[in-house]
Write a protein that binds this ligand. Sequence first.
Ligand SMILES: [Zn+2]
Ligand SMILES: [Zn+2]
Length: 256
Amino acid sequence: MGRARKELEGDDDRLKYAALELRLSMEALTYDRARAYKDEFPPAEYETWQPRKVMAVLLEFDPNADKDSTISFGVETTPGQPAEEMTMLGTEIVLNVATLRRHYDALGSFLHMPTLKQTKTGKTHDFEKLRSRCGEIAEYIEKVLASPVHNVTLGSFATITCMECNQPIRKRMPPSIIAVQAECFSCKASYKISDSGGGQVNWEPRNHEIACGNQDCGHKIQVWEREVAAGVTWECPACAGRNTIVYGIKHEGTAT
Ligand SMILES: [Zn+2]
Ligand SMILES: [Zn+2]
């Protein structure tokens, strides 16, 4: 951020460096925000994405992902009743999707060279406008960086150990939603988590029984729903034959 500020003090020729620094800061803040959700959204999934897309996905599983939040705590004198005296830890200012939308692409288009047509018609970049935009972004980013609390992702979570690979799966339970689907990031397993009341949830594996295609065998195996796709093959443990999942077409004859 210091570098962006320094470039902003320079002349118009330096503005593009300020814009570049600010764009990089917005990217860094978004990826940093995403890292707070690493149990729900593994980095491998978004490494090559634009910040706006990353934020859109974060908002899908936590509608509060880009909202500022204030954290306070206190001791309940009567259990279940809010404490009379609350101590405020601080407010986190988050780089929100509206700011990303307003500024990220605008800075990007400035960073590209003006087109020949723009140069001919004299319609080049409006440096005055860009300078005030950069100033506005810099001020906002400084506020985000100065937040006393950082990457707050409070919520209710359901956690289990994957039945298939023993890795922990953690899934945010949005309030007032009856069931959500959770996928294991380490294997093909997926589960339906439903609210069973009293703060309890029920994990139901999403798998199916498939019978061997050999009419004389019919041995059944369990497959995860995410594994079922045309071309998937397996060797039957009972008859040692090979089965392949294929798409099929059933001919219905002519319509009369
Ligand atoms: Zn797993
Ligand atoms: Zn078989």
